[in-house]
Unconditional design. Structure first.
Length: 180
């Protein structure tokens, strides 16, 4: 059993929004087997060049569990802020998990003090600018991401704020479990 409480044969992970596959490759060096999806054809081609893991062109809106099955762990790093339908995204992450499985989701952190600091420094418009092609379209706080995850059926275990001091954190990482 590892530090997450997973048996060694359960060290399978699904990466929603895998990009160039770097996370799956890093986890493979620690004994994990991974599958990743990304809507970027060039990203998936790059990911498959290394020959470590399996990577496919697909969307977070697709029936991923129907296509790939379920996993004890799902990661999705810096994706949820790009999706138009966060409820469908969250349901698909939830459905990918085996009962008792863990989801690790990261997104830029947007709490009250950080947003206030951006406004006071005159950087709010640039940071939240709508003219950033393929940029962030949703801005999450711990409260709003917790609401999404609980609404979907997750048990939210913890949040970590990373980068800078906690009140001005660059990103946050949610760890949530699918009930058994």
């Amino acid at each position: 059993m590892d530090s997450l409480g997973l048996e060694s044969d359960a060290r399978r992970v699904f990466d929603v929004g895998c990009g160039n596959g770097s996370l799956i490759r890093a986890l493979a060096s620690r004994g994990w087997k991974g599958i990743g999806i990304d809507p970027s054809k060039s990203g998936v081609e790059e990911a498959n060049k290394a020959g470590i893991g399996e990577f496919y062109v697909a969307s977070a809106y697709d029936d991923l569990a129907g296509r790939f099955g379920t996993f004890p762990a799902v990661v999705s790093l810096e994706v949820v802020e790009h999706v138009y339908d966060p409820r469908l995204y969250a349901r698909n992450v939830f459905n990918l998990l085996s009962p008792g499985g863990l989801a690790v989701i990261s997104t830029p952190y947007h709490g009250y003090l950080k947003n206030l600091a951006l406004a006071v420094m005159g950087k709010f418009d640039r940071h939240h600018g709508p003219l950033w092609d393929h940029g962030h379209i949703k801005f999450w706080s711990i409260g709003t991401l917790t609401e999404l995850l609980k609404e979907t059926g997750f048990e939210v275990l913890r949040f970590h704020r990373v980068g800078r001091i906690p009140a001005l954190a660059k990103s946050m990482i949610a760890v949530a479990r699918k009930p058994k």
